[in-house]
Design a protein around this ligand. Sequence first.
Ligand SMILES: [Fe+2]
Length: 322
Amino acid sequence: MTTAGMLDSITFRDGFPAMACRQGNSANPVESLASLTAEQRAITRELLDTTGSVLFRGFEVRTVDDFERVAKGLLGELAPYRGGDSPRQAEKGFVYNAAGPSPSRLLRAHNELSYAPWHPTTLCFGCGRPADEGGATTIIDGHRVYLALPEEIREAFRTKGVTYIQHLPNESGDPSGIKSWPETFETGARDEVMTLCEANYTSAEWTETGLLTTNRTPGTLPVGSDGREAWFNQAHIWRKDESVTPDVTNMDLWRTRFGYGAIFGDGTEIPASYADVVSRTLIDCTVPVNWETGDVLLVDNRAVMHGRLPFSGLREVFVAFA
Ligand SMILES: [Fe+2]
């Protein structure tokens, strides 16, 4: 029997990530993934709920057009990367590149936009072309991180939350490497940006040189239908280096220099020793997803953190948010 014109079936397997492999050789592998059956959709939702990530393999999603079609099929309406601090170019519509800065450096684990008032619930990655060397996307189970941390540390983050401070320059191309506020909010309209910030951030003010915001968020979150507690912050990244970050509790200092900082939500400092333990624990819990051309990866952004290993050569990995 010819399968031309028909859609492929899928075998699902539990794991981290859970696997969803194409079975069959239809002429429409991309369509098979973009138009899952009700049953396939239910299994995918269930695996995403329990494991936090599902890797689809064999569907030959290679181009940005194919990826956009599949991402919309899996996620529904796509969302912009508004408010994000990473230099990120839209490839098409709301499909972005997932390269991140500095290919030669490790991109540390994070939940997307966990520092912002808005964060995507689900991420969809797609691999048009794996890097010549390295470049795996890494995933980290936030519940595993939560359990692995000493109780003193996880309780401090769970009960106090985290406040993120950012001072963004007016102009792009600042030597600090910090994105300007027009780049961050994808508009140069001051009124629009302030209205958005006042409605969503804990505080927002114009300075002589830019925009200073603070945002208090949870440090951990209950995730999945079982409500397991998961690590959900990027204080270990925003802490930066003490030699270049001003005293984060002194807001006067922040008005005069650009940068990012994180403190506990109650205004106290996050001990450096805590951040060190968190960073080590995240490394211990890291699982690499070694890309094959055409792969698509769904990630529950609250339950699972992601990062990227260093790479060399061309690497084409797309990402979309919902
Ligand atoms: Fe990211």
